[in-house]
Design a protein around this ligand. Sequence first.
Ligand SMILES: Nc1ccn([C@@H]2O[C@H](COP(=O)(O)OP(=O)(O)OP(=O)(O)O)[C@@H](O)[C@H]2O)c(=O)n1
Ligand SMILES: O=P(O)(O)OC[C@@H](O)[C@@H](O)[C@@H](O)CO
Length: 402
Amino acid sequence: MEPVSAAVSAVLPAGGSGERLGGATPKQFCGLQGRPLVSYAVRAMERVSWISDIIVVVSPENIETMKSIVEKYGHKRVTIVKGGITRHRSIFNGLKVFAENQSSNRLLQKPEVVIIHDAVRPFVEEDILLKVVMAAKEHGAAGAIRPLVSTVIASGEDGCLDHSLERARYRASEMPQAFLFDIIYQAYQQCTDHDLDYGTECLHLALKYCKTNAKLVEGTADLWKVTYKRDLYAAESIIKDSLSQQICIITDVKEAVVQAGFLLHESLKNQVKVEAISISLSKNDSHLQNIFSGECYNFLCINDKEYATEEIQQLVDMLEKSNVPLLYPVVLILVHLNISENISFSIGLEELTKIKKFAREVKKKNILVYGLLIQYKKFPLNCYASGLPILSRGGLEWVLFS
Ligand SMILES: Nc1ccn([C@@H]2O[C@H](COP(=O)(O)OP(=O)(O)OP(=O)(O)O)[C@@H](O)[C@H]2O)c(=O)n1
Ligand SMILES: O=P(O)(O)OC[C@@H](O)[C@@H](O)[C@@H](O)CO
């Protein structure tokens, strides 16, 4: 059963120019792990099943860019609307599409509750969205807040301190915010040009024009807005960090799963969730499909067969078909165990070239292939008789290729 009985939609203002961040590309279109920032907020709304429509408001010159992002990343439930010269005007344009059903390509149901969330706030989870929506249903309006980091002060005309506010009594207004649609729409309809051109707070409009005191909901630390360059770097490292939380070991060499899983756990000391699967890649394993439907983007493939490229190709095909590489680069580490008596300590150049060519090919599918060849040479038994120190029983050579 859906947790929200009301019809809920979202408006994501993405029509700014990103002056404070600098650069030619507006920040909402800057890439994080190769994907535009705006796509993260859209994806966050898409993950919430009870949000019916997602209105993305972009400046006229970026409509085509936004259309290509929606197509490339397979975003659903998205309607693109032309923005205005200010954030409030953009949000108002986004709301109008419901009130006047202006959308050309699909019939949009006017929601009971509308979420407003800056498209440059990539980290928003269903939990906070549910909280602000439920609070808006009860109070008419609701917004996420966070403790102030700096104290708010007012300066006099002489540029000196006039007074400061008691920081503990104040909060920073963040997003997401949610409103009964009729309240926020009526508020925008009554706005003066000064409101629309200089205002920065939707909650204030609900109070000023509809006498609605928004419910304030404590938000989490990751609700911050990407404003300056440093915010982009911070967002990228948070995303990278979250992507590296899980690794999936795939092999049909059963003992390898145990050893590699144990060694990975030991070496990464619980920073990483290791999902180990002993599988023959030739079958369409449901366990593997579950992994693909999750959030795993790192795969360690261990095999001890010569020329396992055919099986690796099958894995790449399965990855591609499951759309895993659509949103983030997938890292595929091929570990080839080559254990035999009479091995020559050199990998065939032809084999290496073949694998490098394969890696180049799949890179175009956003799958990054790295290889580790472990050649383990066992000395003939008579060596053991000579009392060779135990450590020199096997020579280890590996070749990294990518
Ligand atoms: N005319 C505008 C201005 C801003 N926004 C959006 O409102 C959100 C928050 O605004 P802000 O961080 O100020 O974005 P910019 O206006 O682009 O930034 P700057 O003030 O540095 O130019 C952003 O997603 C931005 O794209 C919008 O939809 N339409
Ligand atoms: O458009 P700006 O970045 O200047 O301001 C936006 C912020 O004021 C806004 O996102 C929150 O304060 C919540 O309203």
